[in-house]
Write a protein that binds this ligand. Structure first.
Ligand SMILES: Cc1ncc(COP(=O)(O)O)c(C=O)c1O
Length: 386
């Protein structure tokens, strides 16, 4: 059977490989506690589930849903951006609903990159930024994120010829996997950089409402003029505990979004209508729901940081996102460390190397397991460290 050459440069998704280790551990009788992926364990608001069920009972809601998304969904997304960030969006030209933001991230690469184009990608970072570029035949220039710079890329050290050749740059704050945050002045610098070098700036912000201790994450589109050069990706997966529902959005630059919509109309047929109506309901959820949910994550994060630190890893509390990015003791690589931990205790953390070469030396712990399981995992980690 012929296999496309482009797959030669697209290795299997690292978590798909990790799934085999998890299966082996379970087969050996281990009680596996998965703290390796950011898959929310709590449900969405009840009203969202009710909206889905109500809509699904309508006999006329089961056909092809239309490529652009319901006007009501595009208006609800624009309404959310207005209320949450004070950003005004035209629901017709500046909003594209997505089948999860991962879909949009990869399709955006197909929409705006040609073979040989250059893409700037944070390292460590969410794998689809690189995978999308590779599937489009583009080349990747890594932007290292290091602790000494609070995991923000140093845009001034990007060689001028690289910046001038780049077609697209990815940023992601609040950040996966490091939990780092970026303030508006940093984002304004990135917009300025993108403008000077004619780069499409794509900011991925699915954790903007998973925040702690009063921190409020900005949108890139709050930077004046940002939508002249930028698109922001967002998602209901983490904001409303709806990862399995696959609802995301791309907002901002109308020209880039028209290209994305053109790819999508050739590839998918839009979101199931009841999902769109449930998403409209979610986007109008009252802030109290989010605060209560975030308080649960905050308690787990504190538990995790204490447990990791007691076990000899270096870790601190993030202001946002679902992750503790912990430095492992020297003398081993992150995949060996995580695999040994899994095989000896059943606790599964993500090796930092899964997120890029600069992730080596770290593991990522996600607090998306029930609180008693996080506590149990930290007890096991303590015994592992001896
Ligand atoms: C940084 C980042 N972007 C995008 C996504 C994908 O979200 P979605 O469920 O909307 O595809 C994730 C999921 O973990 C993520 O961490």
């Amino acid at each position: 059977m012929k296999r496309a050459d482009r797959l030669l440069n697209t290795p299997p998704y690292p978590f798909a490989r990790w799934a085999r280790h998890l299966e082996a551990a379970r087969q050996r009788g281990l009680d596996v506690i998965r703290l390796d992926i950011g898959d929310p364990d709590m449900p969405p608001p009840d009203a969202v589930i009710d909206a889905l069920c109500r809509s699904a009972r309508q006999p006329e809601h089961h056909g092809y849903p239309g490529y652009r998304g319901l006007p009501a969904l595009r208006e609800a997304i624009a309404g959310y951006y207005e209320r949450r960030f004070g950003v005004a969006l035209d629901p017709d030209s500046e909003v594209v609903p997505l089948i999860g933001s991962k879909e949009g991230i990869v399709n955006m690469a197909l929409a705006c990159l040609d073979p040989g184009d250059l893409v700037l990608v944070p390292d460590p970072g969410y794998a689809p930024y690189t995978r999308g570029a590779v599937l489009a035949g583009a080349r990747v220039h890594m932007l290292p994120l290091v602790g000494e710079r609070d995991f923000l890329p140093d845009l001034y050290t990007i060689p001028a010829d690289v910046a001038d050749r780049a077609a697209l740059m990815w940023l992601n704050y609040p950040n996966n996997p490091t939990g780092a945050t970026a303030d508006l002045p940093f984002l304004a610098g990135a917009v300025d950089f993108a403008r000077r070098h004619s780069i499409l700036l794509c900011h991925d912000a699915p954790y903007c409402d998973v925040t702690y201790d009063g921190y409020v994450a900005p949108s890139l589109l709050q930077v004046p003029g940002a939508s002249e050069v930028a698109v922001e990706f967002n998602s209901l997966s983490k904001t409303f505990n709806m990862a399995g529902w696959r609802v995301g959005m791309a907002v901002g630059n109308a020209e880039a979004l028209a290209s994305l919509a053109q790819v999508k109309s050739n590839v998918d047929s839009g979101l199931f209508r009841p999902l769109q109506e449930a998403a409209v309901q979610a986007l109008s959820a009252e802030p109290g729901w989010m605060q209560a949910r975030n308080a649960v994550y905050r308690e787990r994060l504190e538990m995790a940081v204490k447990g990791l630190t007691a076990a000899g890893l270096e870790a601190s509390l993030p202001r946002a996102a679902l992750y503790v990015w912990a430095q492992i003791p020297p003398g081993t690589d992150s995949e060996t460390f995580a695999l040994t931990l899994l095989e000896q205790t059943g606790v599964s953390l993500a090796p930092g190397s899964f997120f890029g070469p600069a992730g080596e030396g770290y593991v990522r712990l996600s607090v998306t397991a029930p609180t008693p399981r996080v506590r149990e995992a930290m007890d096991r980690l303590g015994r592992f460290a001896g």
